[in-house]
Ligand binder design. Structure first.
Ligand code: BGC
Length: 459
C-alpha cells in the first residue's frame, strides 16, 4: 500500500499501563473512621467560608466503605492500573508514632483487591492531606517534616512493597505550595511569600528522604508526580517572552530541576527576591537521589503575557478566542501534552515517564431515557490527548502509562462537588456509580491497545 494512504497504527507499546487516578481525600469519605486522625483538609473544609457550597469530604464517594465494588467496576472497565493515594493520617493519626492498624489494613485490602482483579496498584504517598497534628508542629515549614515523611513512607514500603511495583512520593508539590502557602485557596490556606520557598524545599527534602528509605527497603520503583503546564508567549515582545520564562521556571522547573538536575532554576531567586533562601548544597544532593520514573499531570497550557499588576510573577494568562474551555476554565489544548512530553525528554533525558493525570471537568448532560450519560466533550478531550500521547511515543519519548483523571466524580478540593472530572458519574445522594460514555470509549481504547483511536469518535 502507498504510505500516504496506509492507515496509521495507533497501537501502544506492550506493557503499557492503562489506568485511572483518584486521591484519598477526594473520594474516601469516613475521614475519622476506625481511629484515623484529621488532616489539614478536614480542618479546611470545616472552616466556614472556604469551600464552595459548604461541601466537605466527610462522605465524598464513600470509597472507604465501597472500595470492593469500585475495584470490581474498574475491572469491568478493563483498567490494568489504578493510581490512588494513601491518607497519611489514616495510617498514622498523629503523623508520627503509633500506627492505626485498621487504617493501614484498609490500604492492604485495597491493594489485594486490585491485584486479585489484575489491576496494578500505583500508590501516591502524599496527595495534599497532611496530618493536622503535623500542621500543628509547623507542617511543611518544619524541617523535621522530611523525617516524618520518610518514616511514614518506610512503614508503607515495609508493609506493601511485596505487592506494589510502583510508588510515587508526592503529588504536585507546586500545587501544595502555590495553593497552600502562597495564595491560600487550598489547605492549609496560608498567604505568605516567605513561607512558600521553605515549604517547597521541605517537600523536596521529604521526597529525597523517602527515596533513600525506598532504596533501603524497596525492590521495585519509586518516582514523583508533578503538574506541567507549558507556557507559550502571547507575543514575541521581549517583556512577554521574559514573563513566559518566569512562569515556566516557577511552575514547570521549580521541582523537576532540583530532583533531576540537582539545582534550582536561577530565575527563582529573581522571582522570590528577598524571600529566596540560600539552600545548602547537601540538601540538593539529598533531593536529587536517582529515581526510576516521573509522573506528569497534564491538563492545559497557558499563553502568557507580561502583566505588571499580577503578583507574584508579573505574568498573566491570555484567553484564546475560539478555543474550548473546560468548566475549570482551562483551555483544551492536546498539543500541549505532546510539547510537554517532548520537552521533558529533551531537558531531563531518558527517564521513563507516565501520564499520571489527564482529564477535564465538563457539565455533563443529564442521563438519557436509557440512563446513559453521553459526555461527548470528555470523549473528545480524552481522544485528542491520547493521540497526542501516541505522537510523543512515536517521536521516541519513553511514556509507559496513562491514568485518566478521574475514575469518579469527586470532591474537587475547594470547588467541592461542583466540578465533575469523572469518567464514572457519581450520584452523591445515593452513591450510585454510572460509567459515562467516556468510560466506554476509554474501555474500547484499552481493549484495542489504542487502535480504537483510529475511529472518529461519536457517542
Ligand atoms: C490534582 C487533582 C485535581 C485535579 C483537577 C490535579 O491538580 O492532582 O487532585 O482534582 O488536578 O483539578
Amino acid at each position: 500500500m502507498d504510505s500516504r494512504t496506509a492507515p496509521r497504527d495507533w497501537t501502544f507499546p506492550a506493557g503499557f499501563l492503562w489506568g485511572a487516578a483518584t486521591s484519598a481525600y477526594q473520594i474516601e469519605g469516613s475521614p475519622l473512621a476506625d481511629g484515623a486522625g484529621p488532616s489539614i483538609w478536614h480542618r479546611f473544609v470545616h472552616t466556614p467560608g472556604l469551600m464552595s457550597n459548604g461541601d466537605t469530604g466527610d462522605v465524598a464517594c464513600d470509597h472507604y466503605r465501597r472500595f470492593a465494588s469500585d475495584v470490581a467496576m474498574m475491572k469491568n472497565l478493563g483498567l490494568n492500573a489504578y493510581r490512588f493515594s494513601v491518607s497519611w493520617s489514616r495510617v498514622l493519626p498523629h503523623g508520627v508514632g503509633a500506627v492505626n492498624a485498621p487504617g493501614l489494613g484498609f490500604y492492604e485490602r485495597l491493594v489485594d483487591a486490585l491485584l486479585q482483579a489484575g489491576i496494578e496498584p500505583t500508590p501516591t504517598l502524599y496527595h495534599w492531606d497532611l496530618p493536622a497534628a503535623l500542621d500543628d508542629r509547623g507542617g511543611w515549614l518544619n524541617p523535621d517534616v522530611a523525617h516524618w515523611f520518610a518514616d511514614y513512607a518506610q512503614l508503607l514500603f515495609r508493609r506493601l512493597d511485596d505487592r506494589v511495583k510502583r510508588w510515587t512520593t508526592l503529588n504536585e508539590p507546586w500545587v501544595v505550595t502555590d495553593g497552600g502557602y502562597l495564595y491560600g485557596a487550598l489547605a492549609p490556606g496560608h498567604r505568605n511569600l516567605f513561607e512558600t520557598p521553605i515549604a517547597s524545599h521541605n517537600l523536596l527534602r521529604a521526597h529525597g528522604m523517602a527515596v533513600q528509605a525506598y532504596r533501603a527497603e524497596g525492590r521495585h520503583q519509586v518516582g514523583i508526580v508533578v503538574n506541567i503546564e507549558p507556557k507559550y508567549p502571547a507575543s514575541d515582545q521581549a517583556e512577554d517572552m521574559a514573563a513566559t520564562r518566569r512562569a515556566h521556571a516557577y511552575m514547570n522547573e521549580q521541582y523537576l530541576d532540583p530532583v533531576l538536575l540537582g539545582r534550582y532554576p536561577e530565575l527563582l531567586a529573581q522571582i522570590f527576591g528577598q524571600a529566596w533562601p540560600n539552600w545548602p548544597a547537601a540538601d540538593l544532593q539529598l533531593i536529587s537521589q536517582p529515581i526510576d520514573f516521573v509522573g506528569v499531570n497534564y491538563y492545559t497550557r497557558s499563553v502568557t503575557r507580561h502583566d505588571p499588576d499580577a503578583w507574584l510573577l508579573h505574568a498573566s494568562r491570555v484567553k484564546q478566542p475560539g478555543a474550548v474551555y473546560t468548566e475549570t476554565d482551562w483551555e483544551v489544548f492536546p498539543q500541549g501534552l505532546l510539547d510537554t512530553l517532548v520537552w521533558m525528554a529533551d531537558r531531563y533525558g531518558k527517564i521513563p515517564l507516565y501520564v499520571t493525570e489527564n482529564g477535564a471537568a465538563f457539565q455533563d448532560p443529564p442521563p438519557g431515557v436509557d440512563g446513559r450519560i453521553i459526555d461527548a466533550h470528555r470523549i473528545g478531550y480524552l481522544h485528542e490527548h491520547l493521540k497526542a500521547l501516541h505522537d510523543a511515543i512515536a517521536r521516541g519519548v519513553d511514556v509507559r502509562g496513562y491514568f485518566a483523571w478521574s475514575l469518579l466524580d469527586n470532591l474537587e478540593w475547594s470547588l467541592g462537588f461542583s466540578k465533575r472530572f469523572g469518567i464514572v458519574h457519581v450520584d452523591f445522594k445515593t452513591q450510585q456509580r454510572t460509567p459515562k460514555a467516556s468510560a466506554g470509549f476509554y474501555s474500547d481504547v484499552i481493549a484495542s491497545h489504542g487502535s480504537a483511536l483510529a475511529r472518529a469518535q461519536g457517542p
